[in-house]
Design a binder for this molecule. Structure first.
Ligand code: ADP
Ligand code: MG
Length: 393
């Protein structure tokens, strides 16, 4: 059976209780922002390509209230921060906010520092149902929830949704020190129930793609629960390799490059690694375009086939898979009724996403459990809404 995700009501009541316990009064603001799964288009965002994520029912929720202390008190109930789950910082001048310890608080501080205007001091409790560090973007959920909280607190709303996403991305770059792409924040801000989001990372154009009509099919997330081994250096190495390849071809980015350019790189005697990385990006951008077309035509077999090709390219050309992810993908593909399976997120651990017929969900889960020596967890990826302010009651 897939794991049942806590409902918004359950998470909210947990957060409100914790707020009263901690601060001795009731919170009067409640907001949330979702995690995401990317269906296809991996390692294409920083190459100005396409990505196709959907927002998940798993959310990060913040409750809070203004205080008169000139400093903010924030508590996260997440297990990953259990030893240092509370921190305080001054907000009298946004320019003086600096990253520091505990690390998780930098995501929050970065959003306050990047907010549109000064913010008054506040108390807040954070509760999340997004697995942390699993590639479902708990970090963007935390940033976007924080930013939405600040909008509710000040009454000042970000002009355009993309400005909000970009400010959150900057928080992750400058405060958490993670040079992430723009996909995670975009989908956490703009997710729409029943839709995946096609994002063009070159001009930030978006298109909502309905997937609610897929009725007999469903996307299943399998969390390998294997430790995330993608060090930021492995990520940066791949990113820099792509930038170098584009530069050698006199292009702004690999978005502008086609398969015929591979020949040009070969003539320049570049390392084989650069050929492989470039080939992945070119083919993955093309696959994402074809996948959207397939989805719009209701051709799920084609979508599944493209997912399989995406995984194989990530494994062989981009070299970001792992034994755990390959095992999960191979096991899923053995079931009749599974149309496609691939790693999702940056790789080296984290999750896979599988397109399958609804009536083989349990069979697939049982088969994966039998074949995988680790402890996998399963979630149905129902496309949900982006960040929002919730009623406090
Ligand atoms: P992912 O975004 O795939 O979950 P990241 O490594 O990008 O993984 O982000 C995980 C980090 O984000 C955690 O180590 C922690 O610092 C921070 N984080 C995410 N959610 C929470 C939360 N609810 N409370 C505290 N910190 C969180
Ligand atoms: Mg993240």
């Amino acid at each position: 059976m897939a794991t049942t995700v806590l409902s918004v009501t359950e998470i909210k009541s947990k957060a409100l209780d914790a707020f009263v316990n901690k601060f001795g009064e009731n919170a009067n603001i409640c907001v949330c922002a979702p995690g995401r799964v990317n269906l296809i288009g991996e390692h294409t965002d920083y190459n100005e390509g396409f990505v196709l994520p959907l927002a998940l029912p798993m959310i990060t929720l913040i409750v809070g209230k203004r205080n008169n202390l000139e400093k903010c008190n924030i508590v996260s109930l997440s297990e990953v921060v259990s030893s240092e789950n509370h921190f305080e910082f001054e907000v009298s001048s946004r320019k003086n906010i600096k990253p520091g310890e505990p690390k998780w608080a930098n995501y929050v501080k970065g959003c306050v520092a990047n907010f549109i205007c000064d913010v008054p001091s506040f108390n807040a409790v954070i509760v999340s149902s997004v697995p942390v560090g699993a590639g479902l973007s708990s970090s963007a959920a935390l940033e976007v929830a924080t930013y939405t909280f600040l909008e509710a607190l000040t009454g000042v709303k970000s002009g355009k949704p993309e400005d909000k996403a970009l400010a959150c991305q900057r928080a992750e770059h400058d405060f958490a020190g993670v040079p992430c792409g723009i996909m995670d924040q975009f989908i956490s801000v703009m997710g729409k129930e029943g839709h995946a989001l096609l994002l063009d990372c070159r001009d930030l154009g978006i298109k909502q793609i309905p997937i609610s009509q897929i009725n007999d099919y469903v996307f299943l997330i399998t969390n390998s629960n294997a430790p995330h081994k993608l060090s930021s250096s492995a990520y940066c190495k791949r990113r820099d390799c792509c930038y170098e390849a584009a530069k050698r071809l006199n292009k702004e980015s690999l978005r502008e490059v086609s398969m015929s350019d591979i020949q040009v790189l070969k003539l320049q005697n570049v390392p084989e690694e650069m050929i492989k990385r470039t080939r992945h990006v070119i083919t993955e951008i093309q696959r994402t375009i074809e996948a959207v077309d397939a989805l719009e035509k209701g051709d799920f077999n084609k979508f599944g086939q493209l997912m399989n090709e995406s995984h194989d390219s990530l494994k062989n050309d981009y070299e970001v898979s792992s034994i755990e992810l390959d095992t999960l993908v191979a096991a899923a593909r053995e079931i009749n009724g599974v149309l496609g399976s691939r790693l999702t997120g940056a790789g080296f651990g984290g999750c896979t996403v599988t397109l399958l017929k609804k009536d083989v969900i349990d069979e697939t889960i049982n088969h994966i459990k039998a074949k995988y020596s680790g402890n996998a967890t399963f979630y149905i990826a129902t496309p949900a809404m982006g960040a929002r302010i919730l009623d406090i009651n």
